[in-house]
Structure formats: structure tokens, C-alpha cells
Design a protein around this ligand. Structure first.
Ligand SMILES: Cc1cc2nc3c(=O)[nH]c(=O)nc-3n(C[C@H](O)[C@H](O)[C@H](O)COP(=O)(O)OP(=O)(O)OC[C@H]3O[C@@H](n4cnc5c(N)ncnc54)[C@H](O)[C@@H]3O)c2cc1C
Length: 452
């Protein structure tokens, strides 16, 4: 008689919940441990007054193929709403709108860039075409030739200052909180392909609808902090604290799906490949300030990219009422102001009220009625938003994934071993589950074929 296999997953972000769901589907009796009192990690959607606010991840982009497939696989399609996004960027304090449904026409006709800059921008398009096979979530091998030059260096060498300040810099800062002096051209090229998309999706319960739903398939234990994981050769011991009590349980396999620092702390046996890779990871800070308004701004933009040269403290302003239906009543508005890593570092001593005042002031540059119509607000100062994607990062991710021990009982998943974000975390989680399931299968086959 075959015995049920068991799995522990540590961390209920998108990486952990997708790993847990897949392991359960593969026949593992799965337990999901989460230190917080909620599922989702950096995905966090709440109702406040009339407003449904996404305080972390903002949306499912049209290019998040794996995430959309999983939404459909688990029967959440009825919750899925598609929206056509209108892009916008600021130059000299003035908004310019981009129609992503007609990218060529938009580039040719927009007054956002000078004719000379538009001609030069063709070079960015050529890089996208050249590297198109590596602009997904699986292999970044072909990006290595552009992974060692920074966006700043490349734009100055190949393009011009205008394209650096109004395309290169805002593209990597407004999407990845990244610094153009530190991050490589590969991220810029990857972002052009994946982030400037016309169709975005969301769920009626907010972005968190997917991880919340995935967690219902498994035994989910909130407010359980895992303090140690030990692979003792025949199974995995998971030690956790809950309600002030420490306990240990045994599982056949385990996925550690936390950010890198807790993963290194709780698993002293971590292999050299993972430890060296995790040691190289740091995170960017990001302020997410949600503002519920009694009056909806008339502006059509869904997402304002704010070039750092225009405002180094704000990376973007999202009009949530233009990103999905029913985020706010029809006549009301909902905005999210994303404050930069540098601003967060500088404002550590300030109170949340001070940060709110600052965000309201900044938002009023684009939507002048914000101060007089503010009804609800939430301030979240994320210490970890996304991993830093510095020069050489694509190469490090490739090397790390090639050297994975696919047969280890303890596997890792997170948004740091892919291009980050919701879809990166999800792909990583599904990958970890597949490795464990394949390894268990091959162990079973080996034991069946072993001579008595
Ligand atoms: C403001 C903001 C906006 C963003 N916008 C977008 C966006 O629009 N699109 C996009 O794709 N991405 C976006 N991101 C990034 C995205 O949210 C992350 O890349 C992704 O959610 C990371 O998922 P994860 O599962 O790897 O990690 P996490 O979500 O951090 O999950 C890890 C979990 O592990 C738990 N944990 C840690 N230690 C322990 C322990 N010892 N025991 C038990 N549990 C533990 C944590 O509490 C957490 O729940 C945004 C992030 C932020 C902060």
C-alpha cells in the first residue's frame, strides 16, 4: 500500500501558495506555515470604507501568462476582470498619454519625445527583437551580452541624454524601483517587452484573491513562525512557534518560500549554491500610499511613470479606479502613490502622517483635487518590495538555476530566483513543487527497481 507523502511549505506569499497548491495536486498532504495573520505576503488587498486597495502588488499584467493560467486552473475565472491600460508619463510637469494598443502609432505621434530621440529609440526595439527568446521567466542565457552594462552607460553610449532621462531611467525605476546607475540594460529590454502592456487583469477580491484561494487547498497555519528546518536524511524536521509554544513536526519534503534572510536563518544546512546566491540578494524599499477620494479625477491614465529627473521621490502614481472595475464607487476615485527607495531611506524618522501629507502633496501635482477630496488613506512602508536587480543579476539567476540540487528534500522558491514580481514568484513556486514531485517519483521508481 502506498503511504501518503507529506510536504511543508514555509511562507504564504505567491511563491509559497503556488508551491503548496501544486504539491497538494501532486499527491502530497501539504501544510503551509505563515508567520503573519494573513496570506499573501507582498500581495495584500484590503477594503477600507468604499475602497478596495491593493497595498502591495497592483495588478496581473497581460504578460503574466503563468499567473493567468493558474487563476483559470483553480476556477477563479469568474473573478477575473480584464482592463485596457492607458499609460502616461510626465515631462516638464505635463502629462503625456500612451495608447499601448497602438504602440507604433503612439511612438511616432507622441510629443513626449523629440524626433531625434524617436529615431534613436529604434535601437531599444532592436534589442527587444534580438533577445526576444530570453524575455520570459525560464532562461536568461541570451541576455548575458547586455547584462554587464548599466542602463545609464548604455543609454549614454548608444542613445542620448533625453532617452536616458525620459525612457531608460523611468522604465527601470517605475517598474522595478531600480537604479539606472546600477541595473543592466537587460532589465530595461525585459521591461519594454513585459511591462508596457495594454491589457491588465485583476480579481474582484483584489490581487490577493489568487493566493487566498490557493491556500484553501492545503492545511494553512497562520501566525506560525518557522524557526528551524533540518533535513535529517530520511525526512525534514520543521520547528515552529505558535501561541508562544515551540513544536516540531516531520515531513517528507519542504519548500522554503520566504525572502532570503529568513530562509538563510532557518535552514543552516542550506547548500553553497543557494547560500551564495541568497547572500547576493538585497531588496529595494517602496512606499505604497493609497488614497480614496470622494471625487473621481477626470484624467484617463491608469499608470503614471514619473521620471526621476522630474521627481526623484515618486516612482509612479496609479489610478486604481482605472485599473479594474469596482475599486471605488463610480463617482469616487482611488490612487496609489509609490514613493521611491531613496525617499523611504530619508524619511525613516517621519511618522506615517507626515509621509501621507507628502504623498498627498505629490499626487496633487497630477490630480489637483486630491487634498480637498481625500476620504480614506493607508500608508505602507515596505522594507522589501522587490529584490535589487543590479548589473549581472540575470547571469547570476541563470547560474543559480543551472546548479540547483533537484533531488534535495528541501527546495527554495521566491521572487529572487526569477525576474521578480507576482509572476516570477509564482513560476518559482511551481518550479520548486515540480522538482520535489519529480524527485519523489524517481525515488519511488528506484526503490521499485532495486533488487531484493
Ligand atoms: C508596494 C508593492 C508593489 C508591487 N507591485 C507589483 C506589481 O504591480 N506587479 C508585480 O508583479 N509585483 C509587484 N510587487 C512585487 C511582488 O509583490 C513580489 O515580487 C511578490 O509578491 C513576492 O512573492 P514571494 O512569495 O516571493 O514573497 P513574499 O510575498 O514576501 O512572501 C513570503 C512570505 O513568507 C513569510 N515568512 C517569512 N519568514 C517566515 C517564517 N520564518 N515562518 C513563516 N513564514 C515566514 C512572510 O510573512 C511572507 O508572507 C510589488 C511589491 C510591493 C511591495
Amino acid at each position: 500500500m502506498s503511504q501518503t507523502r507529506t510536504a511543508a511549505v514555509i511562507g504564504a506569499g505567491i511563491a509559497g501558495t503556488s508551491a503548496a497548491y501544486r504539491l497538494q495536486q501532486e499527491g502530497f498532504e501539504t501544510t503551509l506555515f505563515e508567520v503573519n495573520d494573513r496570506v499573501g505576503g507582498r500581495i495584500w488587498s484590503i477594503w477600507k470604507g468604499d475602497f478596495l486597495m491593493d497595498l502591495g502588488t497592483s495588478a496581473y499584467l497581460g504578460t503574466y501568462r503563468e499567473a493567468i493560467e493558474l487563476v483559470k486552473e483553480v476556477g477563479l475565472e469568474h473573478e477575473l476582470a480584464e482592463w485596457t491600460a492607458t499609460g502616461a508619463a510626465i515631462r516638464n510637469g505635463k502629462p503625456y498619454y500612451f495608447d499601448y494598443t497602438r504602440p507604433l502609432r503612439t511612438v511616432l505621434t507622441t510629443p513626449y519625445l523629440s524626433p531625434k530621440a524617436k529615431l534613436l529609440a529604434i535601437k531599444i526595439g532592436l534589442q527587444v527583437v534580438k533577445h526576444r527568446k530570453s524575455l520570459g521567466y525560464d532562461s536568461y542565457d541570451d541576455l548575458q551580452d547586455i547584462d554587464n552594462e548599466t542602463v545609464r552607460e548604455w543609454c549614454r553610449r548608444e542613445l542620448n541624454e533625453e532617452l536616458l532621462q525620459y525612457v531608460g531611467r523611468p522604465l527601470v525605476s517605475g517598474t522595478w524601483v531600480a537604479d539606472d546607475a546600477d541595473t543592466s540594460v537587460s532589465l530595461m529590454v525585459w521591461s519594454v517587452r513585459n511591462m508596457l502592456v495594454q491589457n491588465i487583469y485583476n480579481l474582484t477580491s483584489g490581487v490577493v484573491g489568487l493566493p487566498n484561494h490557493l491556500a484553501t487547498y492545503v492545511k494553512t497555519r497562520l501566525e506560525h513562525e518557522v524557526t528551524n528546518v533540518t533535513d535529517n536524511g530520511s525526512d525534514v524536521e520543521v520547528t515552529f512557534t505558535a501561541g508562544g509554544q515551540q513544536q516540531t513536526e516531520h515531513f517528507d519534503t519542504c519548500v522554503i518560500a520566504t525572502p532570503v534572510e529568513p530562509a538563510m536563518d532557518i535552514y543552516p544546512q542550506m547548500d553553497t549554491n543557494t547560500r551564495e546566491f541568497y547572500q547576493s540578494v538585497s531588496y529595494r524599499k517602496l512606499g505604497s500610499i493609497c488614497l480614496g477620494l470622494s471625487e473621481r479625477p477626470k484624467d484617463p491614465a491608469t499608470y503614471y511613470l514619473v521620471p526621476p529627473v522630474e521627481d526623484p521621490d515618486v516612482i509612479a502614481v496609479i489610478a486604481d479606479h482605472n485599473k479594474a472595475p469596482n475599486r471605488a464607487p463610480d463617482h469616487k476615485g482611488l490612487l496609489t502613490v509609490l514613493l521611491s527607495h531613496e525617499y523611504l531611506e530619508r524619511s525613516e524618522h517621519l511618522s506615517d502622517d507626515d509621509v501621507l501629507d507628502y504623498a498627498v502633496d505629490r499626487a496633487s501635482r497630477y490630480h489637483p483635487k486630491v487634498p480637498s477630496t481625500l476620504e480614506e488613506s493607508v500608508v505602507v512602508r515596505w522594507q522589501r518590495s522587490v529584490p535589487t536587480i543590479d548589473r549581472g543579476k540575470f547571469g547570476r539567476i541563470s547560474d543559480y538555476n543551472k546548479r540547483l540540487d533537484r533531488f534535495a528534500r528541501v527546495q527554495f522558491a521566491s521572487d529572487s530566483d526569477r525576474i521578480p514580481g507576482l509572476n516570477g514568484g509564482l513560476v518559482s513556486g511551481l518550479g520548486a513543487a515540480k522538482r520535489l514531485s519529480d524527485a519523489a517519483q524517481s525515488r519511488r521508481l528506484t526503490s521499485r527497481t532495486r533488487p531484493a
